[in-house]
Design a protein around this ligand. Sequence first.
Ligand SMILES: Nc1ncnc2c1ncn2[C@@H]1O[C@H](COP(=O)(O)OP(=O)(O)OP(=O)(O)O)[C@@H](O)[C@H]1O
Length: 248
Amino acid sequence: MDSIISINGLSKIFGHRRALNNINLEIGKGEFVAIFGPNGAGKTTLLKVMSTIIEPTRGTVLINSIESKKDPSKIRGMIGAISHETYLYDELTARENLVFFSRMYGIGKNEIDERVEDILKSVDLFQRADDRTASFSRGMKQRLSIARAMLHHPSILLMDEPYTGLDQHAAENFERVLMNTGNSGMTRIMITHNIERAFELCDRMLIMDRGEIRFDRSKKDIGTVENLKEKYLSIMAKDTDAEGLSNL
Ligand SMILES: Nc1ncnc2c1ncn2[C@@H]1O[C@H](COP(=O)(O)OP(=O)(O)OP(=O)(O)O)[C@@H](O)[C@H]1O
């Protein structure tokens, strides 16, 4: 496998709490990976270490063969991130938000207008480009935050519970936009409690518990979403402290 992310012996300890325990993980270019697990399993910490927001206590993360600790700003340039927080400015229009972030990403002045227009079209918000973000629905804001995360053409997209607050229709729109992003061979990793939707979208499923990866299989090998749910439940049954069953 041609790895774009290579994680070796990764641990993160906060005070006396071990959030990640000796994680080893290879993710191939263009893969779409789902990460499941109960609250406190370490999912967000893993994504934050990948995106250089948090430094590991031990171990290494290589992105495109570059060690993240050695060149965090280069790593950030390769990564786009989406979470349930949109990180948009409500008082600015959609276009103004994207122009602002383009400048932050250091995109050349004469490229910005065209890039912003193209990306607004790809997330179906071109008609609303000059409306204030405050007037947008949760789903529209989430699509605008995909646009923000994609402005600098990242090779990796990290998503932390992107479905939060989206209704069925908004979730479908979000997925359509997300699937369009796969055309460029972008690698995508998504934390979610939504096993059904993730099983449809992703090609590889990880289950984390207590800072460890307890399950890692391709969708093809798992076969059906019922098999995945069964596996999830059997892992959680062994962990009496685990939460998250109600989210199934
Ligand atoms: N900044 C921090 N300081 C101290 N402890 C932290 C910090 N961030 C995370 N932790 C702890 O690390 C563990 C893993 O947290 P993390 O947020 O990665 O879990 P998660 O799997 O993303 O959970 P959730 O599904 O609730 O978002 C938890 O016990 C959490 O309390």
